[in-house]
Design a binder for this molecule. Sequence first.
Ligand SMILES: *Cc1c(COP(=O)(O)O)cnc(C)c1O
Length: 371
Amino acid sequence: MKVPQAMPWIGEDEYRAIADCFRDAWITEGPKAAVFRAQLLELTGARQGVFAPNGTLALYLALRALEIGPGDEVLIPDLTFVASANAVQMAGATPVFVDVDPRHFQMTAHAVERWITPRTRALMPVHLWGTVAVMEPILELASRRGLLVIEDAAQAIGVRRNGRHAGTFGHVGAFSFFADKSLTTAEGGFVVTGDETIAERLEVLRNQGRRKAGTFVHAQVGYNFRFTDIQAAIGLVQLAKLPETRRRKLENLERYRSWLADVPQVVCFEPPAGSEWIPFRAPLLCERAGELMEHLRRHDIEPRSWFCPLHLQPCYAALAAGQIADAAPAELFPNAHRAYDLGVLLPVFPTLSAEQIEHVCRTIRAFYGRR
Ligand SMILES: *Cc1c(COP(=O)(O)O)cnc(C)c1O
């Protein structure tokens, strides 16, 4: 029995929805995108939002709209997908890596404080594994130190903290609709803000430096960050399915939990108190994680490790060396290290079967010598 890491839940409904685009001969960003945008604003409670071609460019657009660039430092959690840092780099600013907390593996105000310099412009908390980070102390710190807050909510569409949607706590929030996220449009991104000035800058930057198409006079330099109605058609179907996606993913997670409850070598990641959870994957902390993943692969199961900490990335080695100076990295980033040592991601996608989960769990149990 093969068990892949992730599979989009797409089918006939999405297929029929894109056929409409062909019938109406409207394929680029148009009426379906307008409806999808309105529904995303309703879901998130955000005042304004624009599409981007993907989550990475959504973050880039957000940074540019906040006028963050060369000479500026942006503090980001050491444990995140590399795109968080790449977007900062692409905007010409400098990412600075901050260790995560030991329980939920996300940014904390406490860990951020020591890295603030006169060049620090913004904090970029990342909502990990489909939860929402503990935002209140981060917002409090940002406002006290005059910093901007960009939320990487790529994995957190549909997820709230104490009733408030991910991405709507800070100045801007960015979502991804990549194929392995809880809502997919194949590729795609969305940037939200509650600030009219930032919204205006987002619009102008993504639209070749003007507010609306229909003129060839451009007040400033901008880019093409358009989305397509084909993607929006898929997105509308996916959005209607999101409650069921959430239900199925949580059910799958619960199956792992009950199968593995009596295996002391395996601990399930817990969301921060107050956060909902639409699991991106089943994130586990496992003894001998490397060997376990080898064992799973031999049984046709595709596990993943957690993210490789940014300061360990070959592409950020030089930058990290400058930041770390002569400290020992394991002492500066102990929690990110621990997450990378022990972290295993297992699939929870909506079409995963109970039999597949049983196969994964029996294989894990056997690895630790349990029946
Ligand atoms: C997926 C993801 C991104 C990037 O989104 P893309 O659409 O793949 O560009 C950024 N940050 C995090 C945390 C992600 O999971």
